[in-house]
Design a protein around this ligand. Structure first.
Ligand code: DAH
Length: 345
């Protein structure tokens, strides 16, 4: 029995446990029902009477030592797993993290467009979303029976009188308001929301965003327009970007053009984003029609100007290769969080 007791002392001295669970296993091994110390206590019955006193003492000491050792191991394991507060809460537990929000991709791109033109010396102008027919159509030289005035394109707020209220279908209306109120020369960009009565699909939505641009001064030419757009395109899509202009028609500009940029995905070779053409359409533009200048009291014999208008979602789709416009309106966190770090111009 003497050897058995010494053996257990030795084992206890060398015993190390890493976790509370292991410390508990050690307790069972030595002090459990079938534990090694328990077994010795049971053998005590068979000890010769003259030795009972000596071994009784030895076994009691061993039990005390074992208990103290297990206690010590449990304390150490608890300390390693973090401090517990007086009320039993684990103060070392990490807190609930609060994910930081981020700006909407449409806001990011609108701001990038505006910032680029600000660098070129443009101011920012805004106007009402509920507009009248005069500012959206008439002052912009839309003939009275132009199809864009018809119900299928425009959301009317009030009809039945000469100048009905409607949701603006483009931010060109802000051009008119700027020409009416600002002194010349004028150099503005007009970001804003626009509304069209369109069926929602991957390529169209009834609400979207535009940035309109307007520059009016003496001797403004088409070459100035082309240079402004080229500089913008290179800031937006990269320094190697090329532009091309195709003749087009808008009631408020003459001549008018549509602008394409070289596809920044295939570098002009042709891919499915540019449908094999190597070019992506980004905006409409032109020289402000003399009728539009006249309507706002500007003498077209003295002043000339250019205007352009682009869809923010379209620029964002091209920049980030998003192929479905609806993503921008559904506020799905999985989509929005993709843009949490996309703040660079
Ligand atoms: N307002 C046009 C649209 O919504 C875009 C546009 C085209 C604006 C040519 C312009 C321009 O200023 O010159 O489709």
């Amino acid at each position: 029995m003497k050897e058995a007791i010494e053996q257990i002392y030795k084992e206890l001295q060398d015993l190390k446990t890493a976790t509370l669970k292991e410390a508990e296993e050690a307790r069972v091994r030595f002090l459990g029902k079938k534990g090694e110390v328990t077994a010795l206590m049971e053998q005590f019955r068979t000890v010769a009477p003259e030795l009972k006193r000596e071994y009784g003492q030895k076994l009691n000491d061993l039990k005390k030592f074992t208990l103290a050792k297990i206690e010590e191991l449990k304390d150490a394991a608890e300390a390693a797993s973090g401090p517990a507060s007086a009320s039993g809460e684990d103060l070392s537990m990490p807190g609930d993290s609060m994910p930081l929000g981020s700006r909407h991709p449409v806001s990011i791109v609108r701001q990038q467009i505006v910032d680029i033109f600000r660098k070129f010396g443009y101011d920012v102008a805004e106007g009402p979303e509920i507009e009248d027919d005069y500012h959206v159509f008439e002052a912009l030289n839309f003939p009275p029976n132009h199809p864009a005035r018809e119900m299928q394109d425009t959301f009317f707020v009030s009809t039945g009188h000469l100048n009905p209220l409607l949701l603006r279908t483009h931010t060109s209306s802000v051009q008119v308001r700027t020409m009416e109120t600002q002194p010349l020369p004028i150099r503005v960009v007009c970001p804003g929301r626009v509304f069209r009565n369109e069926a929602i699909s991957a390529r169209a939505h009834c609400i979207f965003h535009q940035v309109e641009g307007l520059y009016i001064d003496k001797n403004v030419t088409f070459a100035d327009l082309k240079q402004a757009i080229l500089l913008f395109a290179r800031e937006m899509f990269g320094p190697d970007t090329q532009i091309r202009m195709r003749p087009s028609y808008f009631p408020f500009t003459e001549p008018s053009a549509e602008v394409d940029v070289s596809c920044n995905i295939c570098k002009g070779k042709g891919c499915n984003i540019c449908k094999g053409t190597g070019w992506l359409e980004i905006m409409g533009c032109g020289m402000v029609d003399p009728n539009v200048l006249k309507a706002s009291g500007i003498d077209p014999e003295v002043y000339s100007g250019f205007a352009f208008g682009m869809g923010v979602e379209r620029i964002a789709m091209l920049k980030w290769q998003v192929n479905d416009l609806r993503h921008y309106f559904e506020n799905d966190m999985r989509f929005l969080s993709e843009f949490s770090t996309a703040t660079e111009v």
